[in-house]
Design a protein around this ligand. Structure first.
Ligand code: GDP
Ligand code: MG
Length: 393
């Protein structure tokens, strides 16, 4: 029998962000190594994080790798995203649900375009706390590293992160991974900074249960499993839930027959937890990424809404030309990806860099509510980030 997950420490979701090749995956592996040596977690090697081999075999699109670890005071789920596009998609849609982020900046290269983009996007999706890992400090010289630190603090201040007070820790993921005690200590210092600087977020554990489906798996002999982060509420074995978004089920109400986190059964999952839920009598193909599993009656699927939208500028990776009424991009709402028609009202156009009000009609019903954040994407890039102001029935 598997050992159960025992909730002894508060749980937070964090992740590495930053420009490609600045060392996000190496640092992620190094963190698990340093903590494993302290006896609080399992070492996850670079290749396991970067290639996520188990999931690739099952033919699932991988765009996010989770590792878990514990510090003295907290339990963390840590996400490392392989590519820039994955980062944007998972961050902006809230699929990653980060409570805080580790911004990895190579001390050799300094701020690069994706460094700036990720800071901007983190701000837009409501990540309020960033800790900086000045990586590759083993290979840089002190003067240059000082300069990079200054530059990073300025970038953070420019985006409202209070660059003067943000912890900046000089690390070498690579040397820590190789077992060098000096750099292992630096990684510990980084984790201490995360522990103290990223506050425990408010969790809506008393709200009705809701989970937006990230992945669907079949466990032979047991049935269909959905995975994702619990957005709000609590769930336990025996609870009645409804699958919102499916058309393949006659009765979309079902019962949760298993709750696990990182392969360990748990008595009760709550807001903020990354979980797998086993659903009774739900065929594999009846549920997919983007569907919402929630307490029956607690959400209202709809397709029309008004929203406030920030249109990214070309410098931020967005469009260089305005968008206008009749525009039909993809809307990323929670884990769903739905086409939608944009109506810009009297103004009729929205220029890159502007914040505008729009009415949207989605191609299908999804659970909507005021305050829900979303991203607008076109041809694989993010062109806007918005918030639902009102749902139109
Ligand atoms: P990612 O794209 O941000 O995930 O970067 P990776 O973790 O894949 O690392 C990119 C390259 O930088 C690899 O060749 C690593 O070995 C190298 N690297 C990562 N961390 C360090 C470090 O602390 N010091 C040095 N010298 N090289 C590093
Ligand atoms: Mg990587």
């Amino acid at each position: 029998p598997k050992t159960a997950y025992v909730r002894t420490k508060p749980h937070l979701n964090i992740g590495t962000m930053g420009h490609v090749d600045h060392g996000k995956t190496t640092l992620t592996a190094a963190i698990t190594k340093v903590l494993a040596e302290r006896g609080s977690g399992t070492f996850v090697p670079f290749d396991r994080i970067d290639k996520a081999p188990e999931e690739a075999q099952r033919g699932i699109t991988i765009n996010i790798a989770h590792v878990e670890y514990e510090t003295d005071t907290r339990h963390y789920a840590h996400v490392d995203m392989p590519g820039h596009a994955d980062y944007v998609k998972n961050m902006v849609t809230g699929a990653a649900q980060l409570d805080g982020a580790i911004l990895v900046v190579s001390a050799l290269d300094g701020i690069m375009p994706q460094t700036a983009e990720h800071v901007l996007l983190a701000r837009q999706v409501g990540v309020d706390h960033i800790v900086v890992a000045l990586n590759k400090a083993d290979a840089g010289d002190d003067e240059l590293t000082d300069l990079v630190e200054l530059e990073v603090r300025e970038l953070l201040s420019a985006h409202g992160y209070g660059g003067d007070s943000v912890p900046v820790v000089r690390v070498s993921g690579l040397r820590a991974l190789e077992g060098d005690p000096r750099w292992a200590a630096a990684v510990e210092a980084l984790l201490d900074a995360v522990d103290t600087y990223v506050p425990m977020p408010e969790r809506y554990v008393d709200a009705p249960f809701l989970l937006s489906v990230e992945n669907v798996l079949t466990i032979s002999g047991r049935g269909t499993v959905v995975t994702g982060a619990v957005e709000r509420g609590r769930v336990r074995v025996g609870d009645r839930v409804r699958v919102y978004g499916t058309e393949a089920l006659k009765d979309a109400e079902t019962v949760v027959t298993g709750v696990e986190t990182f392969g360990k059964p748990m008595e009760e999952a709550q807001a903020g937890d990354n979980v797998a839920l086993l659903l009774r009598g739900v065929p594999r193909d009846a549920v997919r990424r983007g569907h919402v599993v929630a307490e029956p009656g607690s959400v209202r699927p709809a397709r029309r809404f008004t929203a406030q939208v920030y249109v990214l500028s070309a410098k931020e990776g967005g469009r260089s030309t305005p968008l206008s009424t009749g525009y039909r991009p993809q809307f990323y709402l929670r884990t769903a990806d739905v086409v939608g028609d944009v109506d810009l009202g009297e103004a009729g156009v929205a220029r890159p860099g502007e914040t505008v009000t729009m009415t949207v009609e989605l191609g299908r019903d999804v659970p909507l509510e005021a305050g829900l954040g979303f991203a607008i994407r076109e041809g694989g890039r993010t062109v806007g980030a918005g918030t639902v102001s009102a749902v139109l029935m």
